[in-house]
Write a protein that binds this ligand. Structure first.
Ligand code: ZN
Length: 362
């Protein structure tokens, strides 16, 4: 059985896995890549156990940041997003990330956000104020282990507005702003809130609850906390997500990798002189939840580690022993890739071939 962050995740037969995907306004950097490669590995380890994984990775193509980036580039938001999405797909293919069964795009799910907002109003979990539908969220910060001040500071980092009845309330729907894309609703033209988009896409594609919800560490709050709270208020099914994977942030030159700090390392840049499997290994050869700093010497070290693993895999053809079971045990223990790789490198043969196969490093 897979354990994540010290908790067992028992699954029989099938697992529903939702991965918060990209806002297609910048090309894939190592921070994005780490999240999606780790999500891919969690799915592959579940499949190794015989579990069928139904995956969903959304595209947040209704977003202020995307609109602003497209305007700067002198392009329409939809065509700008299509180009960025093409580059993202190219990078994911290079990194061996399996395409999920569902790839919903936010602009195709605006109708479901309207339905979500109407239902939250009807059950009293939301209220209407000047064309906005606000989700009642007074208890959401405490459930995420945050006091109101800490929650407000994190929410402000994402440009989340302050609620009318309670500061923690969040817009499910907000009125149109001149110059932004808008859609009709019973409350006038407007657009969905970010968290509501993922709630609507997850409920539509995977149903009332998830076995695993994956995203970068910065999505823990507010995004995942509010996404879950809205879904639970609608369905009554708790918890919405049985487990979360919040993948560690990637830093470079002393700061979190971000366009605003101008320290992005793009997947395509690293792949110019590093095999794709070595970059995949570089992203995985560490605890998945820990923040880490990208070192420009790391691709060469990862390439050497991969070559040692390939050499180990060629040894001892047909020999068995306890090592393959030790590899599997390490992967089930919070996806402990470094230990699995150490066992494989030492033992060689079937253990090395197993880890290379399960982690898709061949
Ligand atoms: Zn999301």
């Amino acid at each position: 059985m897979l354990h994540l962050a010290g908790k067992p995740l028992p699954v029989v037969g099938r697992a529903r896995m939702y991965v918060c995907g990209i806002t297609p306004y910048e090309t894939t950097h190592l921070g994005h890549a780490a999240t999606f490669v780790w999500a891919d590995v969690a799915a592959r380890v579940l499949r190794h156990l015989g579990v069928e994984v139904e995956g969903c990775r959304n595209v947040t193509d209704v977003d202020d940041v995307l609109d602003a980036a497209a305007a700067r580039a002198g392009a329409r938001s939809d065509s700008f997003a299509a180009v960025q999405q093409f580059r993202f797909d190219r990078d994911m293919t290079a990194l061996g990330v399996r395409r999920p069964a569902h790839e919903p795009r936010a602009h195709n799910h605006v109708g479901q956000v309207v339905t979500l907002a109407a239902a939250l109003l009807e059950v009293g979990a939301a209220y209407l104020h000047e064309g906005s539908v606000w989700f009642r969220a007074a208890g959401v910060p405490a459930r995420a282990g945050l006091d109101d001040a800490a929650a407000a500071a994190l929410a402000a980092e994402f440009g989340q507005g302050v609620g009318v009845e309670h500061p923690a309330d969040v817009a499910v729907w907000r009125p149109a702003v001149a110059g932004e894309a808008a859609w009709p609703s019973p409350w006038g033209d407007g657009r969905p809130g970010w968290h509501a988009e993922c709630t609507a896409m997850a409920l539509t594609t995977l149903g009332s609850a998830l076995d695993l919800h994956v995203g970068g560490a910065d999505l823990r709050f507010p995004h995942h906390a509010y996404t879950a709270a809205m879904a639970e208020a609608l369905t009554g099914v708790r918890p919405f997500a049985r487990a979360w994977m919040h993948v560690g942030t990637v830093g470079h030159r002393g700061a979190k990798m971000a366009k605003s700090t101008n320290n992005l390392v793009l997947v395509s840049e690293v792949l110019a002189d590093c095999p794709a499997a070595a970059l995949r290994l570089l992203l995985l050869d560490r605890p998945w939840s820990a923040a880490w700093e990208y070192d420009p010497a790391a691709p060469a070290a990862a390439t050497a580690r991969l070559e040692r693993l390939y050499a180990a895999a060629a040894r001892g053809v047909g020999e068995q022993g306890p090592a393959p079971a030790a590899v599997t045990a390490a992967l089930l223990d919070d996806l402990d890739v470094p230990t699995a790789l150490d066992v494989a490198e030492e033992a060689g043969g079937p253990a090395a071939r197993l880890v290379l196969s399960v982690l898709n490093l061949t």
